[in-house]
Write a protein of this length. Structure first.
Length: 266
């Protein structure tokens, strides 16, 4: 298959499946859903860390050459700072729970002011998620342009962290007054902006081959930022020994999946 075919296939599968699985996940009774979601977040954390540290960064250094290692480091640092600023600009932390810090208990109020805030939050999450998914598509394209196996690993990591995020997004859309059908449809459409981002990435990055290692470093910075800034702090809310062991094991499983997928592909 051509690089473009790989990118379109994986972004369609990643976007559609993550949105549909999030929709099915909401059908689970709330109590059970709240118990399962933190486990998904732990697994996604491991997948993101594994993809960044075991796949993207090594390929970026290899592609740029050891003499340009500092350039890769600067791209990583710059990417992390950019994602920090972007997150501040949209005033939104990626939701990985039905309730998140950006939308505390007033989400459950039925007063008119809170309803307006809920509706605004729903619009904001659609804009932010659409942009985020389009960027994911560009990053997947950069990985496939470097190596098909790296592209597959990157797509798996994107898929893993999209599911808990999509669950949180759906909760916000429903809280904003949308019907289930409209919320699921809009969430699916924003998920599929990754396809557009992937196509743009193939044609924009393809002619500039020398930039690909730095695009991979930026992709790694995105994964590291989401894992360290958004996911891990949520995991630390549970401090009991049982939760800690479960989180460690699930993070390790996420890392192991990426490691063995990447190793088997080579």
């Amino acid at each position: 298959m051509s690089t473009l075919s790989w990118v379109v296939l994986t972004t369609v599968l990643s976007g559609a499946l993550s949105a549909l699985m999030a929709g099915l996940f909401l059908l689970i009774p709330e109590g059970r859903r709240n118990r399962v979601l933190p486990h998904l977040v732990s697994f996604a954390t491991g997948a993101l860390l594994g993809a960044a540290l075991l796949g993207l960064i090594p390929h970026a250094i290899q592609g740029a050459g050891v003499e340009n290692t500092h350039g890769i480091g600067l791209a990583l640092l710059g990417g992390i700072l950019v994602f920090f600023v972007l997150e501040k600009l949209v005033l939104w932390r990626h939701c990985h729970h039905d309730e998140c810090e950006a939308h505390p208990h007033e989400m459950h109020s039925h007063g008119p002011t809170y309803q307006q805030r809920d509706a605004a939050s729903a619009s904001l999450i659609l804009i932010g998620d659409g942009f985020h998914n389009a960027l994911d598509g560009v990053l997947i394209a950069a990985a496939f342009l470097t190596d098909v196996h790296l592209g597959i690993v990157t797509a798996i990591a994107v898929f893993a962290h999209e599911i808990p995020q999509e669950v949180g997004d759906l909760a916000i859309l429903l809280q904003g007054g949308m019907s289930r059908v409209r919320a699921l449809t809009l969430n699916l459409l924003t998920s599929l902006t990754s396809v557009l981002g992937g196509i743009v990435g193939v044609f924009a990055l393809g002619p500039v081959v020398e930039f690909l290692p730095y695009a991979l470093a930026i992709a790694a910075s995105s994964f590291l930022y989401v894992a360290v800034a958004d996911l891990i702090p949520g995991l630390h809310r549970k401090v009991d020994a049982t939760s800690a062991v479960q989180q460690f094991l699930l993070i390790s499983i996420g890392v192991a999946l990426i490691y063995f997928t990447h190793s088997a592909a080579h």
